[in-house]
Design a protein around this ligand. Structure first.
Ligand code: SAH
Length: 451
């Protein structure tokens, strides 16, 4: 069983290659954390309505926390960046690993099956993805499920997508179900869209995790936590102070950062007593979601795989914007660019608490190598004779794993049910001790050996 992840790769023989023709023009910019391309989309007009909305809010109530600014800009139900845009891919503002190479989603799919097996093959398997973007990751994972149908046995599989953007949910629905999906009649429905994949698996869309049904689940979040709102704090001689967004008094159509002279509830409660840094970013919404994941996993079983760029409580100012694959001033033309901040995995681990086991973070390069990306690339290359497709496969592999590109900055972190790592107890009172089997290693976080 040790070599499960690697062995299964050889059953997944389909070499479908995503249309990543723009990869040849893709460029990695060391200063940036979002993956960047050289294409430059047409200049957009500043998002005047979002700016108007923010300035009237600030005029009415005073400067707003960075978290409120980020939440409004990204997910305001009318003018929010994610709600309006299709920002992913060479034509958009950034590109992500599942869009770069099919291998990424396939290896995550193998991870899901491996964790389902490690949990004792429960009869129900809910695959839950947060922020599924274009639906490519879920689609690649489901392809692996279908190829490993025999291993999955009769498990009843369903797909659950937590997505705030109606525009992106339509793109996901098209990718995953073709036209086999329908929007809910009323906006109040917790399941706002439902459909069925061509293989007959049910798919449901939700706005928040609370609406996803309980049950054994594998949770995936790729480049999701970095999009959640952060508070920013600065250490001063008088103690921690919160960074706020205000209107620039000299240019009333522009915003600027200010430091509040007195503490806020957030600055008094969100910073650790032994904090050493001078500037800190905290994402309480991410903390709450991780707590919910931990509670669900502790109660119903399952595992979560969180992949994002991030650090272990060491970085300071990471808040940045992306537009047309270039860095963008976070306060300029709000709503026209993506906003993001590195994920603090140390904070997520603290918020997960003791009810679950946490693994990682490990680098993307280590995770994918442990999952057998080298072997998978060789299989795909053997089945592919078209020179440009072969070149794309190799380029995608290089981008995902090279430590100078995405290999080192992107990290994988997992929450697991405690029973997953616990050594089985030796029955008491037995004279002849029966050697109990060690738990299955957690794929991706352990180097698999063939010995
Ligand atoms: N996981 C995809 C997309 C990453 S972009 C990929 O790696 O390619 C971030 C995704 O999270 C988008 O689908 C966006 O609409 C969604 N999102 C952002 N904030 C959200 C929130 N608060 N709740 C649910 N989805 C959110």
């Amino acid at each position: 069983m040790r070599a499960f992840a690697l062995k299964t790769l050889y059953f997944i023989n389909r070499a479908v290659i995503h249309p990543v023709s723009a990869l040849s023009s893709v460029r990695w910019r060391a200063a940036q954390s979002r993956f960047s391309c050289s294409s430059s989309p047409a200049e957009e007009k500043p998002r005047a309505s979002m700016l108007r909305h923010l300035t009237s809010k600030i005029k009415a109530t005073g400067p707003i926390p960075v978290a409120e600014y980020m939440r409004e800009v990204l997910t305001n139900p009318v003018t929010g960046y994610y709600v309006r845009n299709n920002m992913l891919g060479p034509e958009g503002d950034f590109i992500t690993s599942p869009e770069i190479s099919q291998i990424f989603g396939e290896l995550v799919g193998v991870w899901c099956v491996s964790e389902w097996m490690g949990a004792g093959r429960p009869s129900q398997l809910q695959l839950v993805e947060f922020g599924p973007g274009k639906g490519s990751l879920a689609s690649d994972v489901l392809r692996v499920f279908s190829q490993l149908r025999a291993a999955l046995g009769g498990a009843s599989v369903s797909l659950h997508l937590v997505e705030v953007s109606p525009a992106l949910s339509r793109i996901q629905a098209e990718c995953l179900t073709g036209n086999q999906n329908q929007e809910a009649d009323s906006e109040d429905e917790p399941v706002y869209r439902r459909g069925e994949t061509s293989g007959g698996l049910p798919v449901c869309w939700y706005r928040r995790i609370d609406d996803v049904p309980a049950g054994f689940s594998i949770y995936l979040a790729h480049e999701f936590f970095d999009a959640l709102p952060i508070h920013k704090f600065q250490r001063t001689e008088k103690g921690w102070r919160e960074v706020m967004v205000d209107i620039d008094p000299e240019k009333p159509d522009q915003l600027r950062f200010v430091l509040l002279p007195s503490p806020t509830l957030a600055s008094s409660t969100l910073i650790q007593a032994d904090e050493k840094r001078v500037h800190v970013e905290v994402c309480p919404e991410g903390g709450v979601i991780v707590q919910q994941l931990a509670n669900r996993i502790a109660e119903d079983g399952g595992a979560a795989l969180i992949a994002d760029y991030g650090h272990d409580g060491t970085k300071t100012d990471t808040f940045r914007g992306f537009k047309g694959h270039q860095l963008h001033d976070v306060l300029a033309s709000p709503g026209s660019a993506d906003l993001t901040a590195d994920v603090d995995f140390g904070y997520l681990r603290r918020m997960a608490g003791g009810g679950v086991a946490c693994l990682g973070p490990v680098s993307q390069s280590d995770f994918l190598k442990n999952m057998g990306i080298d072997a998978r690339l060789q299989v795909l290359l053997r089945n592919c004779s078209d020179p440009s497709s072969r070149q794309q496969l190799v380029q995608g592999f290089d981008l995902l794993t090279d430590p100078r590109k995405m290999g080192e900055r992107f990290r994988f972190f997992s929450l697991l049910h405690h029973s997953r790592l616990a050594k089985p107890k030796t029955p008491q009172g037995l004279k002849m001790e029966k050697k109990s089997p060690a738990p299955l290693p957690v794929a991706g976080f352990t180097e698999l050996s063939f010995s």
